[in-house]
Design a protein around this ligand. Structure first.
Ligand SMILES: NC(=O)c1ccc[n+]([C@@H]2O[C@H](COP(=O)([O-])OP(=O)(O)OC[C@H]3O[C@@H](n4cnc5c(N)ncnc54)[C@H](O)[C@@H]3O)[C@@H](O)[C@H]2O)c1
Length: 367
């Protein structure tokens, strides 16, 4: 199969979907891989290294999209890429279609097969821990006095009180945030609806300045917090919030919210996604950091994890085609978003209130 790897064009996004090691495997399996020139530059992979694996280095994105059937990316398709989409394409990337009606329309109009990489990770996205680790790091930086923070140190020197952080949601992202915070000496209270998640993180960090609380106790901790880190996977159809606008009035004016989940009006009512080029805004007197591609700031590690995780899926799709690949691999079927102009991803159908074909029905009758 002809496989294409375009350069990511989201602002400050340095990741690449496949590194030379994965390209080498695909070329050895008989596939043709085209990589856009410069695609791996920020992830530590040069055009020459790709060429050495047998990849063809394409001059621009238009060439990659025109000559490839399977398009493998990291981030969603952006408006400047819409014109490249064709019915022959199989698009494998983090599509996040539920919140993106325009892109959903474009994919349906093109009639391509779209598979959302974010739904295919059996043990969590390899970039989620990085989002937590880097998001917490950036949150700590925003707690420094010159940035408007409380000025509390993250190391409790000379008997002073260290930074106090709240981490909401102790899944892959939340546990990443804990790694940064607790290794540095920050005092942390963790919250999760899942008692098992609370138990395991407490066990893991026994001896650290860390406790967990029931989520109902969150409002009572807000006034003390220097840093609130949200890592909850918020259902797209939920209309309430864990931290609403009125609660911000109870927080210290120096406090910062690092909303790594960054769902618009999600668990944090005042959240809207930002980018690395303009990462922070102030709402109701509280600074919000809500970058929606945090791992893009550590592309060397992030690309290594992502490329390794998706290689088996890319290889399978290239070998047997997308429909048979989804029949053979349950996790891939979970990400099947659209095909031939039909919407398949249930979450997107429900959230956008449009008809969809359940994946099992689609796979049962697809040729
Ligand atoms: N900004 C970025 O660059 C970036 C990168 C990766 C992931 N994310 C986002 O981070 C979020 C978390 O991802 P994850 O992989 O850790 O998810 P996850 O499902 O592994 O963990 C979420 C945790 O939140 C808990 N939770 C759910 N509802 C809750 C509630 N009401 N109160 C308290 N806890 C609750 C769950 O029990 C779970 O432990 C997702 O929204 C994901 O899209 C953002």
């Amino acid at each position: 199969m002809d496989i294409g790897v375009p350069r990511e064009i989201k602002p400050q996004e340095g990741r690449v979907a496949l590194l030379p090691a994965q390209v080498e495997t695909l070329v050895a399996a008989g596939h043709v891989v085209r990589v856009e020139s410069g695609a791996g530059a920020l992830s530590g992979a040069t055009d020459l290294e790709y060429a050495d694996t047998g990849a063809r280095v394409a001059a621009n994105a238009s060439e990659v999209f025109a000559d490839s059937e399977l398009i493998v990316k990291v981030k969603e398709i952006l408006p400047s890429e819409y014109g490249f989409l064709r019915s022959e394409h199989i698009l494998f990337t983090n599509i996040h279609s539920a919140l993106n009606r325009e892109l959903t329309d474009k994919m349906l109009e093109a009639g391509l097969v779209g598979i959302s990489a974010e739904d295919t990770h059996a043990s969590g996205s390899p970039n989620c821990p990085l989002a937590g680790e880097v998001g917490a790091f950036e949150g700590i930086r925003l707690c420094l006095a010159p940035h408007g923070g409380s000025g509390r140190h993250f190391i409790p020197h000379y008997g002073s009180t260290p930074l106090k952080a709240l981490v909401i949601g102790l899944g892959g992202v939340g546990r990443g945030a804990l790694r940064t915070l607790l290794r540095l000496g920050v005092s942390v209270v963790g919250f999760d609806v899942n008692k098992g998640a609370r138990f395991h993180t407490e066990l893991e960090w026994a001896g650290s300045d860390f406790i967990t609380e029931d989520i109902a106790a969150l409002p009572s901790h807000l006034p003390e917090a220097d840093l609130v880190i949200n890592c909850v996977l918020w259902p797209k159809d939920r209309e309430d919030h864990l931290v609403d606008r009125t609660m911000l009035g109870n927080m210290k004016p120096t406090a910062v919210i690092a909303d790594i989940s960054c769902d618009t009006a999600g668990a944090i009512e005042t959240t809207r996604p930002t980018s690395w080029s303009d990462p922070v805004y102030t709402e109701s007197g509280i600074r919000h950091f809500c970058v929606d591609n945090i791992p893009g700031a550590v592309p060397i590690a992030a690309s290594a994890g992502y490329a390794r995780a998706i290689l088996p899926f890319v290889g399978l799709i290239a070998e047997v085609g997308p429909i048979e690949a989804c029949r053979r691999e349950l996790w891939l079927a979970r990400g099947l978003t659209c095909a031939g102009g039909e919407l398949i991803l249930a979450e997107t159908g429900r959230f956008q209130d449009r008809p969809f074909t359940p994946v099992a029905d689609f796979l049962a009758r697809a040729a």
